[in-house]
Design a protein around this ligand. Sequence first.
Ligand code: FES
Ligand SMILES: [Fe+2]
Length: 342
Amino acid sequence: MPFLRNQWYVAAQSSEIEARPFARWILGEPLVLFRRRDGSVAALEDRCPHRRAPLSAGEVLGDEIQCGYHGARFKGDGTCTLFPSQPSGPGRGFAARSYRVVERQALVFVWMGDAARADTEALPDWSANTAPGWKAVHGYRHVKGHYQLVLDNLLDLTHLPFVHKTTLAQPGMVEAPTKVEVEGDVVRTLRVMREVDPAPIHRVVRKFEGKVDRWQTSEFRAPGYIGITLGLRPAAPGELRMDEVSHMVINSITPETERSCHYFWSLTRRFALEDEEVTRQFREMTGAAFEEDAALIEAQQRMIESDASGRSLVGFREDQAGLAARRIIARMLEEQSQRAAA
Ligand code: FES
Ligand SMILES: [Fe+2]
């Protein structure tokens, strides 16, 4: 199955990119990223146009990257400034392919399609990663599974009591149906749980012991963005305030190949901002939970790949949101192939 190309994808967490080459495959293409002296990030195809050596095996010199094989030097826009053994210069057509890059909200995004169509309006709004009044912990997991399996996982949270027994398991979750709403290319879900026991993570970070009221929303945007907001309060009668968000899980999933992906997550909270202990607990418990998801998805990928029966997967009530996301991606892929054929 092909990938959606005219899209922004997260290539890295900001903290991963320094003034040395950083290699990562995205949509089956090798990229090399590096930080220039002014702090801006450049992304090139990680194949030297000379003999295809990986540029990431070379080094960054000032604002340029030097191929480690015969020393060709490239600027962040792909222009070759020097080919040491060719005194007349390499000629104008000799350049590395470059990608549009935007760095914001602690993430580095690359545009994987036609650069002329790159539109910063299409970037996800992950401002809760860096906005005042929020405190985020970040994580990354390479997952040996198709990226849509991660989307399915995040859009059907009824797996929590089974997969995340010691961290996120939420009593009352499986019983409370999710309301799913599709608006254009966006899928939104809402689940409300009243007078339930707190999940282990909430006992730890919020010190909630008695019954709680909880609500959870999620929003999917193509190609691989899912924002989950969570609210909870000690159980009480009366309306819930959906805008009283306790914390938010920000998920960006980038395909690496047909059978693997990059999972970037952050958990960003609006309480106990200065409390290092809460930061540590969130980092540990969320990291442990997502490790459980990744292991499960990798096992699922192996079983899907090895299944020659041709049987399709089954969709039940709580698969609705995941199926809606899959329909949106399938339609966008269809539009992409029609445009390519036109
Ligand atoms: S392969 Fe890069 S300079 Fe020769
Ligand atoms: Fe999970």
